[in-house]
Ligand binder design. Structure first.
Ligand SMILES: [Fe+2]
Ligand SMILES: [Fe+2]
Length: 195
């Protein structure tokens, strides 16, 4: 069986590529959590840093990462018999939709703050808290359930073809930024807002 020959730690596997992107997303979720806590502790609303977080989530988590799952991985899993409707793929897609709603709300709340509406700060933190909870659980389910199912059903040639397509997506620009430049936002936020 060709799938048994694959090494799960091989970064050439599509699940390994997505898991490594999850790690970057989780690092920015931790910074977002810290900044939300600062606001809740009345230590300030860090508008600029929060704007960087939202930019990262829109471009890296959504445009780069969720697009790979929705356009490439999930259709491949469906073609190998994992159901969309009433199955894990449908749940993941629904969660991506809710995640987009939360990032849109965070963006709108930041705009409101910029326009002088101080109620926008609490509105932002409510959306941020909902996003952190949703995406942390979503990533856990993908890492520990869906991707393992995928590794069982995808053939070596499916995996190879997905990796090649992921490589193409990874070379695109997202909002004018390369994947590496978006990863640098995570580094920059962590340095500026350490634990
Ligand atoms: Fe996902
Ligand atoms: Fe994911």
């Amino acid at each position: 069986m060709e799938t048994q020959a694959l090494d799960p730690n091989n970064t050439d596997m599509p699940s390994a590529v997505l898991k490594s992107e999850h790690k970057v997303i989780l690092r920015v979720l931790v910074v977002l959590d810290r900044l939300a806590t600062r606001f809740e502790n009345r230590e300030g609303f860090e508008r600029e840093a929060l704007g960087r977080c939202v930019e990262f989530f829109r471009l890296f988590a959504d445009a780069c990462h969720h697009a790979k799952e929705e356009d490439l991985l999930f259709p491949a899993l469906e073609s190998r018999g994992i159901p969309r409707e009433g199955g894990p793929i449908g749940v993941m897609l629904q969660e991506h939709t809710v995640a987009r709603r939360h990032t849109a709300e965070m963006g709108a709340a930041l705009d409101a703050v910029g326009a002088g509406d101080t109620g926008g700060e609490g509105r932002f933190v409510d959306a941020a808290r909902a996003y952190i909870e949703l995406l942390t659980n979503h990533i856990y389910k993908e890492d520990n359930v869906l991707f393992n199912m995928g590794d069982q059903v995808l053939s070596a040639s499916d995996q190879e073809s997905l990796c090649a397509k992921f490589g193409e997506v990874g070379c695109r620009a997202f909002g004018g930024k390369s994947k590496r430049q978006l990863e640098a936002i995570a580094d920059e936020l962590e340095v500026k807002w350490p634990a």
